[in-house]
Write a protein that binds this ligand. Structure first.
Ligand code: GLY
Ligand code: MN
Ligand code: MN
Length: 434
């Protein structure tokens, strides 16, 4: 394995948390993702479904997990199914998990081959009252392709039409919202690698480099540190491109005098990091660029201080909007009198700051979470205010990853330079890149 997984004790803890929310007689079923085809005999690299990874640590296709706390036979209370391996698979694809390895990693005693899943369901479903089925209830999910989980859910519902069905997704959103200690440590590993990549590009960028050359430097640093790559498609956007919020073509030349917005983060052990930094192509910000940068930095710092238990995310976002509003007035981009008469449902600051300030972060970059409940300790959020001024071909966003605690919030990117002077210093050190 390229990365250190979490301990079996942590995966056990995650399953215990899930079970606490199950009703008596519930049988929960979780499936892995499919390997997605491309064309001819090609396929996409495998990406495990986050929920089964969270509950078992098994990062392999054709994995199934059953949680059945009230099963008559204790051996049936937790069953993991993994793809049956053989000599042919070992030669062509490399070794897959043996049952003993899967058991050791996940902490699950009963491990069977996936080929026995159907027969096991036929044996156990009649003992169950409720089927806890999982589905993608992410607020912004929009997938036209049927997942393996959706296919298998349909099969189960057709086989057992009289069982009541319960939703696992709200439970997963709840338990994945609050990170366990080892999850935070794994995320910190991802963030530290991302920080190294930032330092690398600061020593690399100069007028004339292409955005994709910067992307290549980042990818190189990720891979050499044990990450499997980007947690999401990176945005390397110089000049005006920084005002295109989802710019990912990364194919333009970085020009002297422009600022580059770089939004990137590596994945480590399935966990995401999500950084945004803006740097001057020639190593020095102009006064105007500094002013906008520092305005964004003040909004970021004020926002981080507000990430405390007991606050509703909607209220937090409203407060952030007010701080941004006053910064935009200070920059001469909004007029105070106009702001005083604005429609509160359509605040004027949205002309320059049109996206959310924070999202949950974890196994998914836009992680699942409890959007309508109070912020709680152990949640991890991004804080990513931005000001995008198209007429000045300037976009500044600064994004850090923050752990909420009972006390002060902890900035998991605190080691990555963010002050104007620190960024300029890093760029002008021009260290030789190995
Ligand atoms: N990189 C995606 C985001 O910042 O939300
Ligand atoms: Mn980002
Ligand atoms: Mn983000």
């Amino acid at each position: 394995m390229r990365y250190l997984p979490l301990s079996a004790a942590t995966y056990r803890e995650h399953r215990n948390r899930f079970r606490q929310h199950m009703e008596k007689g519930g049988l929960a079923v979780f499936h892995s993702n499919d390997i997605m085809p491309t064309s001819a005999d090609g396929s996409m690299p495998f990406k495990q479904a986050s929920d089964i990874l969270h509950l078992s640590g098994i990062d392999q296709e054709e994995t199934v997990l059953l949680l059945f706390p009230d099963a008559v036979d204790p051996k049936d209370r937790e069953i993991l199914f993994v793809r049956e391996t053989n000599e042919h698979i070992a030669i062509w694809e490399g070794a897959k998990f043996s049952q003993a390895e899967a058991s050791e990693l996940s902490g699950i005693a009963t491990v069977l081959w996936t080929t026995s899943y159907d027969a096991t369901i036929k044996r156990l479903a009649p003992q169950a009252e409720h089927l806890f089925l999982n589905s993608n209830e992410h607020l912004r999910q929009g997938n036209e392709v049927e997942t393996r989980e959706e296919r298998k859910n349909k099969e189960l519902r057709a086989l057992y039409p009289l069982h009541s069905v319960r939703r696992s997704a709200p439970i997963m959103h709840r338990i994945r919202s609050r990170k366990t200690k080892e999850e935070v440590a794994q995320m910190q590993r991802a963030m530290d690698i991302t920080g190294k990549a930032f330092e690398r590009v600061c020593g690399f960028v100069k007028p004339g480099v292409k955005e994709y050359e910067i992307e290549a430097e980042i990818t190189h640093e990720f891979l050499r540190n044990g990450s499997r790559g980007h947690a999401y498609t990176p945005i390397i956007a110089s000049g005006y491109n920084a005002c295109v919020l989802h710019y990912i073509t990364n194919d333009q030349v970085c020009n002297d005098g422009d600022v580059i917005l770089m939004d990137f983060g590596c994945e480590y052990g399935g966990y995401a990091s999500d950084l945004t930094r803006c740097i001057p192509v020639n190593g020095r910000f102009t006064q105007r660029q500094k002013d906008v940068y520092n305005a964004v930095l003040r909004v970021q710092r004020a926002s981080i201080a507000m990430l405390r238990p007991g606050t509703l995310l909607a209220d937090y976002h409203k407060e952030v909007g007010k701080v941004m509003e006053s910064e935009l007035i200070g920059l001469g981009l909004l007029d105070k009198a106009e702001v005083a008469k604005q429609n509160p449902d359509r605040p004027l600051y949205k002309k320059y700051f049109m996206h959310g300030n924070s999202h949950f972060l974890g196994l998914d970059v836009h992680d699942v979470g409890l959007w309508n409940e109070m912020i709680q300790p152990d949640m991890v959020f991004t804080v990513e205010p931005g000001i995008y001024i198209r007429e000045e071909k300037l976009g500044i966003r600064l994004e850090n990853n923050i752990l909420v605690t009972r006390d002060n919030p902890i900035d998991l990117f605190s080691n990555i330079p963010i002050e104007v002077e620190a960024v300029e210093e890093l760029m002008n050190r021009r260290k030789v890149v190995a």
